[in-house]
Design a protein around this ligand. Structure first.
Ligand code: NDP
Length: 296
């Protein structure tokens, strides 16, 4: 079997177009422009790239982008004061604090100071609890993007066996909750899992979110399974820098029914889902119907 490639880049463009369409309608019919505030503390180069990209795409879909760049030595008090201000600003519908934060700042405290209704990253403890209990919440962007791609490919996921490799708070755990919400039978694997190959071989859906280059070989993949590769790993091969996933793409593509490439799979969906979440937050804040197909 040669796997169908799930083109995350094209799907993300479709999601952004849907968001842009809804934003235009909101402006025209309700006089509302959704606004996303991104807070960056310090000068981590990767974070700077992400923040720039988020700001650019926010503006491209017609939303307002508010960037707040703070010095690396910003005090917790000052950061919390800024979040407080953004929480009460009616022009701001989504707030994202770029992680990781410098070591002297308490990430949990900072994230939990964001108004849960504006927490477009879905990391606030209230949103984690709402998702875990199957209630309406803000859903973390990367797992939301994975879910959208799976739904687009399969229609219903009901009754499928899904394995999520990785149990982080930002990807693995919320991914498992979302799959459970769509009635999959879910296994969460991690570094202590006994016989990971056997666990993966039973799965109709494999979501790999580990951070280890090409650790899942093709012969772990059940014939016809759908593989979603969240991993982004920078490696050097043949003297060149390269991005690879957590799955060995070449061998997995020979057995899977469908697979996301790296790059061009899950990655582009993450920012598209951030924009979708900001639109959702704006609609909820204004008592308007939520955009269809852009929420969990
Ligand atoms: P974390 O490091 O927080 O979590 C990694 C998880 O993998 C842990 O639960 C760990 O288990 C598990 N793990 C580690 N080694 C093994 C192993 N040998 N076998 C099975 N499980 C193992 O990573 P994140 O969840 O933050 O990110 C995972 C990957 O996804 C990274 O490559 C990251 O760059 C990428 N990513 C991509 C995004 C995108 O937009 N596409 C967004 C976010 C992340 P344990 O808990 O036992 O230690």
């Amino acid at each position: 079997m040669v796997a169908q490639v799930i083109d995350g880049k094209a799907f993300a463009a479709k999601v952004r177009a849907q968001v842009a369409d809804q934003v235009a309608k909101l402006k025209e019919e309700n006089g509302i422009t959704p606004g996303l505030a991104v807070v960056l503390v310090g000068e981590d180069p990767a974070s700077q790239v992400y923040v720039r990209s988020k700001g650019k795409q926010t503006v491209e879909v017609g939303m307002n982008s508010y960037e707040h760049k703070l010095e690396a030595n910003t005090s917790e008090e000052d950061l919390l004061a800024l979040i407080d201000k953004l929480n009460s600003d009616p022009a701001v519908h989504g707030i994202l604090v770029q992680l990781p934060l410098p070591k002297h700042l308490n990430e949990d405290l900072v994230i939990n100071s964001i108004d849960p209704a504006k927490d477009v990253d879905g990391f606030h403890i209230s949103n984690v609890g709402l998702l875990g209990t199957g209630q309406k919440s803000m859903v973390p962007c990367t797992p939301l993007g994975c879910l959208m791609m799976l739904r687009e490919h399969h229609g219903s996921l009901s009754g499928m066996d899904a394995v999520v490799i990785g149990r982080s708070n930002i990807v693995g755990k919320p991914m498992a909750q979302l799959l459970l919400g769509d009635s999959c039978t879910v296994t969460i694997a991690h570094s202590r899992t006994k016989d990971l190959p056997d666990v993966v071989r039973r799965a109709d859906i494999v979501v790999a979110a580990v951070g280890r280059p090409e650790m899942v070989p093709g012969d772990w993949i059940k014939e016809g399974a759908t593989v979603i590769d969240v991993g982004i790993n920078r490696i050097e091969r043949d003297g060149k820098n390269k991005l690879v996933g957590d799955v060995d793409y070449a061998s997995a593509a020979e057995r899977a029914g469908a697979i996301t490439p790296v790059p061009g799979g899950v990655g582009p969906m993450t920012i598209a889902c951030l924009l979708a979440n900001t639109l959702t937050a704006c609609c909820r804040a204004n008592g308007l119907p939520e955009p269809e197909g852009l929420t969990a």
